[in-house]
Ligand binder design. Sequence first.
Ligand code: PEP
Ligand code: MN
Length: 333
Amino acid sequence: MIVVLKNETPKEQEENLINWFENQGITVHISKGEYNTVLGLIGDASRIDTDLIEGLEIVQNVTHITEPFKKANRKFHPDDTVIDCGGGVLIGGGHFQFIAGPCSVESPSQITEIARAVHNSGAKLLRGGAFKPRTSPYDFQGLKAEGIELLSEAKKETGMPIVTEIMNANHLPLFENVDVIQVGARNMQNFELLKELGKIDKPILLKRGLANTLKELLMSAEYIMAGGNEKIILCERGIRTFETYTRNTLDLSAVPMLKSLTHLPIVIDPSHACGVSKLVEPMAMAAAACGADGLMIEVHNDPVHALCDGPQALTPEQFDKVARKVMAIREII
Ligand code: PEP
Ligand code: MN
């Protein structure tokens, strides 16, 4: 249930109402917008008399939320959420960011060279996999703890906050210096992992699963938010279809649909969606045009010899061109 309070409701009366709800065993999520305060009630609100609440002097209106996601719901929080990814790098609510870097961290020179290049092209966040979810157990699995160390070095050198994927909650102590923790497509419904991430105070980049609906993506965000961590960035990275020319099918309609359903920022990953480097530029531009809050793009200084996802990686020069074109689209819209 959502209770919208009238403008200029006295603080004391607002607090009295919140206390009254809490005494009924309801958790109250407060969202202060520019014009209104919205109270989102979480818990068994069936005993609450809607007519009674609606009749209160300070209440503008009462709405019932039919969707199963509450904290992620735009009705709970009408304004866009803006997330500080570290170092004052903001995403959401009009703040657009490029998250760029290699699929996997491979060596000190590889990550620092790429970090410097993408930073010069306007990327404010550095990505790089340290723990890699690979389809084959015989493929490169990532440099693990050492990979995170190397990302931290690149962060020191460029000042860029770092984004890297977690696959096991037991690894959390290694992520202390990581600014944004990525949950990959394969772990989108690893509910035990999501619950652990709900207990920490770091932004989470939550990627849509290969075969998951937008409702399921929002319910996974809700798992993290229910635990208290409301800093979620959603990421559409392509879903499985019958098409084979592309690695996945980029569902760009996810952007406007999610924008209407949730207040959380949404970024597009055209690299994993397409799997082919030449498609990254047009899809990145389309993502910016339809209102995405950012782009996650794989960049490698030597794509042919990349240990993971070389065919979809842009060179730093190609990334520079894409970043310029995307910014031009942003100017137009
Ligand atoms: C990645 O970002 O490197 C990755 C593995 O992505 P996804 O989980 O979307 O496949
Ligand atoms: Mn990759």
